[in-house]
Design a protein around this ligand. Structure first.
Ligand code: PMP
Length: 355
C-alpha cells in the first residue's frame, strides 16, 4: 500500500501511469528499446509528442480554435521571462496573488512598464484582490489561477479586452473554465500532468509577432511552434508521462469528471478544518483553493503529537511551504478521495485524544 501523498509538487501521479511509464523505460512500443534511448525524431516519439499536444488542447476544449500546444523546458519559471520577451512591448498588467505571481512580475519588469493592478502581498497573500481595473492599453494581463503556496485560487477571471495570460501550473486540468478566454496558458507538468522537466504552453497564435525586439531562439514561441515543439531535444520522458496522464484523464471522463472528484475532496477536508476546534484555515474562505488546502493547529503545542499521528497513518507531504508554515494538503487530480478521508480521520482522532 503506497503512502497518502499530499505533496505540493512534484506530486502524486496515477498508479497506472507510473506502471506504463516504467515499462516504457525498459521496452517502449515493443521495439526492444527504451523510450529514453531512441531519437526524439523517431516515428514512435514524434507520435507521443503529437498525441500529448492534441490531448492537451482536446481536454481544454481548444481544438480547432486557433490554439497550439507546446511542451517546453525551463519550468514555469522560464515562462515568466518568455511571456514578457514575446508579448511585452510597452506596458504589461499583472495581478499579484502569491509568491509565483511576484516572481513573474520581477522577470517582466525588465521589459517595459509594469502595472501591478492589485496585490495581496501585504496580508501574506491570504486573499484574492477583487474590483481592480486593467489598463486598456496594456499589451497583456497576467494572473496566476492557483496560488500553490498560500492556498488561494481565482474563482473568476476578469473581463478585459487585452490578451489574457495565465500561469495555471497548479490547477490546470482540475476544473472547468472558459479556456477560450485565455490567449496564453502555461503550466509546469509536475502537478496535474507528469514529472518535472517539461512545461505545457498553450498559445493563441495570433497574439505573437507584435514585439520588435530580437527574441533569442530558445525563448521564441514562434520558433518552437514552427518546429512542432521539437526545436531542440524535448524532455522525452516528461512528455511521455504527461501524455499518459492526459490520456488517463480523458478515459476517466475529462475535466468535468475530475472537477467533481476534486470538489468532493476539498469539501471533505475544508468541512473538517471548519468543524474541528483544533484546526483553522489561513486564507479567506471564498478564495480557498480546491487543490492546495492550507491550515494550522489552533494549539501549537499539539504539533509533535499530530505530526507523529499523520506520519503513522501513512500520510506524506503535509508540511506547509517554508514561507507559510502550518500544513498544506495538496489534492491534485491523482489523489484519491480515500487519502483525504485518511487525513480527516487523523484530525478527528487528535480531537478525541485531547478532549
Ligand atoms: N507557478 C506556480 C503557480 C507554481 O506552483 C510553481 C512551482 N510550484 C511555479 C510557477 C514554478 O514552477 P517551476 O518550478 O516549474 O519553474
Amino acid at each position: 500500500m503506497k503512502k497518502h501523498n499530499f505533496s505540493a509538487g512534484p506530486c502524486i501521479l496515477p498508479q497506472e501511469v507510473l506502471k506504463k511509464a516504467s515499462e516504457a523505460i525498459i521496452n517502449f512500443n515493443n521495439d526492444d528499446l527504451s523510450l529514453i534511448e531512441i531519437s526524439h525524431r523517431s516515428k514512435p516519439f514524434v507520435a507521443v509528442m503529437e498525441k500529448a499536444r492534441s490531448l492537451a488542447l482536446e481536454l481544454l476544449g481548444l481544438e480547432g480554435k486557433g490554439y497550439k500546444a507546446l511542451f517546453l523546458q525551463g519550468g514555469a519559471s522560464l515562462e515568466f521571462l518568455m511571456v514578457a520577451h514575446n508579448l511585452l512591448n510597452k506596458k504589461a498588467a499583472y495581478l499579484n496573488t502569491g509568491t509565483w505571481s511576484d516572481k513573474a512580475i520581477k522577470e517582466a519588469k525588465a521589459f517595459g512598464e509594469m502595472v501591478e493592478v492589485s496585490s495581496s502581498k501585504d496580508k501574506g497573500y491570504s486573499y484574492i484582490p477583487k474590483g481592480f481595473s486593467i489598463p486598456g492599453d496594456a499589451d497583456y494581463f497576467h494572473c496566476t489561477s492557483n496560488n500553490t503556496v498560500a492556498g488561494t485560487q481565482l474563482k473568476e477571471f476578469p473581463e478585459t479586452n487585452v490578451p489574457l495570460v495565465c500561469d495555471m501550473s497548479s490547477d490546470i486540468f482540475s476544473r472547468q473554465l472558459d479556456f477560450e478566454k485565455f490567449d496564453l496558458i502555461y503550466a509546469g507538468a509536475q502537478k496535474n500532468m507528469g514529472p518535472a522537466g517539461t512545461t505545457l504552453v498553450i498559445i493563441k497564435e495570433d497574439i505573437l509577432g507584435k514585439v520588435e525586439r530580437h527574441i533569442p531562439s530558445m525563448l521564441n514561441y514562434q520558433i518552437h511552434l514552427d518546429k512542432d515543439s521539437m526545436f531542440n531535444t524535448p524532455s522525452v520522458f516528461a512528455v511521455y508521462v504527461s501524455m499518459l496522464t492526459l490520456q488517463w484523464l480523458k478515459d476517466l471522463g475529462g475535466i468535468p469528471f475530475i472537477e467533481e472528484v476534486n470538489n468532493k475532496k476539498a469539501k471533505l477536508l475544508y468541512n473538517e478544518i471548519d468543524r474541528n476546534p483544533l484546526f483553522k484555515g489561513i486564507v479567506a474562505k471564498e478564495d480557498r483553493s480546491i487543490m492546495n488546502a492550507t491550515f494550522v493547529l489552533t494549539d501549537e503545542s499539539l504539533k509533535e503529537t499530530f505530526d507523529k499521528m499523520w506520519a503513522e497513518a501513512g500520510i506524506s507531504g503535509l508540511n506547509g511551504h517554508r514561507s507559510v508554515g502550518g500544513y498544506r494538503a495538496s489534492m491534485y487530480n491523482a489523489l484519491p478521495l480515500y487519502s483525504v478521508q485518511a487525513l480527516v480521520d487523523v484530525m478527528q482522532e487528535l480531537e478525541n485524544k485531547v478532549s
